[in-house]
Design a protein around this ligand. Structure first.
Ligand SMILES: [Zn+2]
Ligand SMILES: [Zn+2]
Length: 349
């Protein structure tokens, strides 16, 4: 194994290669391959991956809609695993500790955004499963300062979706302040978590899905939504805010028409199709349209402390690592109930 010589290791198999699902170029299926176990840098931990969530961002990278991934690339940024080796400068996490590795993989700590508490906007940020290899593999390395402890009550499978769907959903929810009722557009992994948190805060949640998607609407009601219907419907009352999780630009004017004066429409995804033009009058009245980009470590710590209090329960559809392409395809077709998660290590919870 290619450790830096001063790395500290636990009791792990001295293997030098690992299975991984590799993206060679956009719009080609991931390829199952045997690749070297990565080297551990001085600030990094080597993590044996238990499970890794599949996110819509992975699809956007695969489909070439996010155009600058490192190639070849191992996707995946909702990683739950165990620390099996640590670089010489690592203070935490400990060997054998269970950790979560999110999308924000590294920041310079020095640009104007980092220095003002906005590391999610860092000019030189590196993202897991995009600029850095992610978790669709048996092992991965991560900067120890960007790993999170996983709340103890969560099995690995249920914890994985907290790490992006949960974190980005939470950041989006914070952007809506106390809005009640809250509209959510697109009911997948993030919305099913946000709905539980918003209900816990005593807010009403209205879920808007693709017209006629009775399955998603039933799922939304099961997760606590007060009302679920088509995006073309107006819902039982005017919204104070809306969060759009679906990557469909045409939802922006639709949502704007549903929010009252002073309301905000939060676009939570990293990619969206073009937003059609709309009359100024639906923005008038101090309505706001805004995006949410990435996460800060503070978001992560806040949300992972809140999740067990709610308690957030995640609905998961699991797939073996080798079926990553099938998982991505089901996600693209809107067939996953809740979150898709790859099981990398069959022996985990
Ligand atoms: Zn920075
Ligand atoms: Zn994600």
């Amino acid at each position: 194994m290619g450790f830096c010589p001063k790395a500290e290791t636990g009791h792990m198999n001295p293997q030098s290669t690992m299975r991984a699902m590799v993206l060679d170029e956009a719009r080609r299926p991931l390829r199952e391959a045997s690749v070297p176990v990565p080297d551990v840098g001085p600030d990094q931990v080597l993590v044996r991956v238990h499970v890794c969530g599949v996110c819509r961002t992975d699809l956007h990278i695969l489909d070439g809609e996010l155009s600058r991934p490192k190639l070849p690339l191992v996707l995946g940024h909702q990683i739950v695993g165990t620390v099996v080796a640590r670089g010489e400068r690592v203070k935490a996490p400990a060997l054998d500790e269970r950790v979560g590795i999110p999308w924000l993989g590294w920041t310079d700590g020095d640009c104007k955004y980092c220095r003002s508490g906005r590391e999610n906007l860092c000019d030189h940020a590196k993202f897991t499963g995009y600029d850095l290899d992610g978790g669709f593999s048996e092992f991965t390395v991560a900067d120890s300062r960007f790993c999170f402890p996983i709340p103890p009550g969560y099995p690995d499978l249920q914890a994985a979706p907290l790490l992006c769907a949960g974190l980005i959903g939470y950041r989006s929810l914070v952007m809506t302040r106390e809005a009640d009722p809250l509209g959510v557009y697109g009911f997948g992994a993030a919305a099913h978590i946000v709905t539980q948190v918003a209900r816990h805060q005593g807010r009403r949640v209205y879920a808007f899905t693709r017209p006629g998607d009775a399955t998603a609407q039933r799922f939304a009601r099961d997760m606590g939504a007060d009302w679920a219907g088509d995006t073309t419907e107006s819902g039982p009352a005017e919204l104070e805010a809306a969060i759009i999780f679906a990557p469909a630009g045409e939802l922006v004017p639709l949502a704007l028409r549903r929010v009252g004066k002073g309301g905000v429409v939060v676009c939570a995804g990293i990619h969206m199709t073009d937003i059609p033009s709309f009359p100024y009058e639906i923005l008038w009245g101090e309505r706001t349209v805004r995006s949410v980009a990435n996460l800060t470590r503070r978001d992560g710590l806040e949300f992972l402390a809140l999740a067990p209090e709610v308690p957030v329960r995640t609905e998961v559809e699991s797939f073996p690592l080798a079926q990553a392409n099938e998982a991505l395809d089901r996600l693209r077709r809107g067939l996953v109930r809740g979150a898709a998660v790859l099981v990398v290590d069959e022996g985990v919870t």
